[in-house]
Write a protein that binds this ligand. Structure first.
Ligand code: MN
Length: 620
């Protein structure tokens, strides 16, 4: 056992419980109010850093939790004064899913530092270093720490030499530490040893290893990486660890205890912290999928932890969870067509959604997302390997793909966004939230303005048949008759829940039985002011079923994000009519034929299903 303590080889630990661990296991749903009570103890541990921000947390805060992500950062900074805060930044994608202009990247970094961020772990999904350069320089100029990433993956075009070469370029760029970012848990112990050895020969910077325990190898890989000279590792407190998250902090602390690598962390204090999160985890049970455990299939399909649990959630939403295995098998094929991008955000979403659509639509590349199109246009950067020309042609036709740094094509955005937003922005941070997630941020600002923030429910909404709600003026306010499963009940509204995806659950008391039930489909019932109840049909039922060729439908259930035509417009087969967002990806819906837009049944914000007619196109 290595016991020579004269050399300081103490291993440093980054705990990911406040970011990657719950992103991977609990669909990123942990709320700030649940982080703050344990902050004092976390701050005493003596971690190298706590990963607390970035990745999917920003989006989830606004979209589902109705929290201001910037406020979370400020709160955590205050609650964790002694510990360095770390975030995950997707290079030119920041914490979003597309490239942002350089002025947005610089301002985002500046504001993150001002709000309390210390260490920026920066990566590009394609390992195209042109996409991290502006962010790296911005972090340096704001005097924060740059941890630059090499995204680890395996493919016919990836080698350890290639990774070491990239690390050297990142060192030259000014990185303070290098992270081997193994988002899919693909690193095996001996590969880790070889890779770190090779890096140690080429670069001088400390090496941080980030992996996931998806295939059960993570602790072993860390140990071998440490033996090869890695200085820092990412772990998660045991009660929210392992599986698709990081391996348990306490296990690594114990494993290294008494050796030259001793972390020096207090195992009793860690036990206290684990207890807190063990209890807390129950609160988020709804968000745990069956795909968060150890699954060695990840070694075959190379899917990152967070991506598997998100895929499961998304497939569930599409009522297609039984297609999971087929989607998992389609992912490597799509990845090959795209030149073997490492499967990390946003490339993982582009590949994952395209693979899902290839399966759900019953035909490969029948439906192509905007993101897939952009990928083949070169708008994400240069793929590591060669792309499949046939698929590229299907996606972008004869258009010439770009070869420059994608963000070189972007005009500055900040001034324009500031003007657009006007009085709705209360701060620069608001403008940045809007720059990253325009629709979601606007919804959040509106709710904040009205003083009623409506986070999603922690309990799953029970499924019921849409009841018929007749117009019954004779009933008292808040009382009416509904029909559920063919039976009529006189019911009384006992309260309403928070809105989830446009639906508001009502808690009802049913007649004598006085049972409380929740009926999400009563969303459109508006109790009138004086003694009468009005019922409106739900928006979904007013759209006719698609029956003929000119009936335009969505490829997948989702939300209408834009409409590109008006009634009376002339269109040619293949023109984009509208866009539908599903699984965080935007899908263009094209006209199936030449003709005139006869009727539009949807507006921006509507939720739509594939069997409904969204527009009608008629021959001239
Ligand atoms: Mn990760």
């Amino acid at each position: 056992m290595p016991k020579n303590k004269t050399k300081n080889q103490r291993v440093k630990i980054t705990d990911t419980v406040l970011r990657d661990a719950h992103q991977s296991l609990l669909a990123t749903r942990m709320r700030t109010e649940d982080m703050l009570p344990i902050a004092e103890k976390l701050d005493k541990v003596g971690y190298f850093s706590l990963e607390v921000w970035g990745g999917a947390t920003f989006d989830t805060c606004l979209r589902f939790l109705r929290e201001d992500p910037w406020q979370r950062l400020r709160d955590l900074k205050k609650a964790l004064p002694k510990t360095k805060l770390q975030m995950l930044l997707r290079g030119q994608n920041l914490v979003g899913y597309r490239h942002y202009s350089d002025d947005v990247v610089k301002k985002f970094v500046e504001r993150s530092v001002k709000n309390g961020m210390d260490i920026f772990r920066i990566f590009d999904a394609l390992n195209d270093i042109r996409n991290v350069e502006v962010a790296v320089k911005a972090v340096k100029s704001n005097k924060a720490i740059v941890e630059a990433c090499v995204c680890y993956t395996t493919s016919p075009v990836h080698t350890h030499e290639g990774f070491a070469e990239m690390a050297l370029q990142l060192e030259d760029m000014g990185a303070d530490t290098i992270c081997i970012k193994d988002m899919a848990g693909l690193l095996t112990p001996y590969a880790a040893y070889d890779l770190v050895k090779m890096l140690k020969e080429k670069i001088k910077l400390p090496i941080h290893i980030h992996t996931h325990d998806s295939s059960g190898l993570a602790s072993m890989s860390y140990l071998k990486a440490i033996e090869a000279g890695a200085e820092m590792i990412d772990t998660a407190i045991s009660s929210i660890a392992s599986g698709t998250a990081q391996p348990p902090t306490e296990s690594l602390v114990e494993a290294l205890q008494g050796t030259v690598y001793d972390t020096g962390l207090d195992i009793a204090l860690l036990a206290d912290i684990a207890e807190y999160f063990r209890n807390l985890r129950k609160k988020y049970k709804r968000f745990e999928s069956e795909y968060t455990g150890i699954n060695t299939k990840t070694l075959v399909v190379q899917i990152p932890g967070g991506m598997i649990s998100n895929l499961a959630v998304q497939l569930k939403e599409q009522n297609a969870i039984e297609k999971m295995d087929e989607v998992l098998e389609e992912i490597p094929r799509v990845r090959k067509d795209m030149g073997y991008p490492p499967l990390v955000t946003p490339a993982s979403q582009v590949v994952g959604t395209q693979a899902t659509l290839n399966i759900l639509s019953g035909e490969r590349y029948k439906v192509i997302t905007t993101e897939t199109r952009n990928y083949f246009k070169g708008l994400y950067g240069t793929p590591p390997g060669k792309i499949e020309k046939k698929v590229q042609k299907k996606a972008i036709g004869d258009e010439e793909p770009i070869t420059c740094r994608p963000a070189d094509l972007l005009e500055p955005e900040l001034d324009k966004l500031t003007r657009e937003l006007g009085g709705r922005a209360k701060s620069t941070d608001d403008i940045l939230s809007y720059a990253l997630f325009p629709n979601v941020a606007l919804e959040y600002f509106e709710q904040r303005e009205s003083g009623k923030l409506e986070p999603e429910l922690l309990e799953e909404v029970k499924e019921t048949q849409p009841p018929q709600v007749p117009h019954i003026p004779s009933l008292a306010p808040s009382e009416f008759i509904i029909t559920v499963h063919g039976e009529s009940y006189r019911v009384k509204v006992a309260g309403t829940g928070h809105k989830v995806e446009g639906k508001r659950p009502f808690f009802l008391k049913i007649d004598e039985r006085l049972e409380e039930v929740m009926l999400e489909s009563l969303t459109e019932v508006i109790p009138a002011t004086a003694g009468e109840i009005e019922a409106k049909p739900t928006t979904t039922s007013v759209r006719p079923k698609a029956t003929k060729k000119g009936d335009v439908t969505a490829p997948i259930p989702g939300k209408v994000t834009s409409i590109k035509v008006s009634e009376g417009n002339k269109v040619s087969a293949g023109d984009t009519l509208l866009t539908v967002e599903a699984m965080k990806m935007e899908n263009e819906v094209h006209t199936p034929m030449d003709g005139i837009v006869k009727k539009i049944y949807v507006k921006v914000g509507d939720s739509v299903n594939p069997d409904e007619t969204l527009m009608v196109i008629e021959k001239e």
